[in-house]
Design a protein around this ligand. Sequence first.
Ligand SMILES: [Fe+2]
Length: 195
Amino acid sequence: MYNITQRGLFPTDVYHLDIYDEKENKKYKDFLIDLASKDEGKKRSNRGGYQSDTLLWQEKIFEPLLEKFGGVVNFLLEKLTDADRNKPEAVIRAMWANVNPKGGYNFTHVHPGSWMSGVYYVDVPNNDSPLSFEDPRPARMMDFQRSAIIKDEYYMHQPEMGQLVLFPSWLPHFVNPNTSDQLRISMSFNVELLV
Ligand SMILES: [Fe+2]
């Protein structure tokens, strides 16, 4: 027997909570399906799916959602800021929509220029479209024998409609192809800190 002290260093925190409002969500869904049908969209991490520009935070319809995002982010920031430090100001100046039909996916990416990122799920096929996070540590590539050492190369989070997921913007993530006939609709945003 050995008395071993274990310390889990450098944890990566991901957060999720339910912010669903049936009436509001329905409005967002209709608006985004319409937008995706008219607008050519942007080509970024999306393949086979629609991605809007990042200016949706300026749209009147998303005001309640933006307010909720801000509320959650400020609550979190309060918790994360040491008592003897000044709480930085959080601003959201990038918010965009993703609409993935069957086959649509997002390859691995990070969100540069931002502190924390969030995704709100307007609609999501059940058990089919997780948000997958990649272990960002180089150790992931060291274990070529695939021994017992590396057990958590990926973490797959299956979101539900109305859920908000928050994660550090530097954490690599991706979405596998949607295999369902149901659209996968989400709103992403970046939080910048003014210090
Ligand atoms: Fe992303």
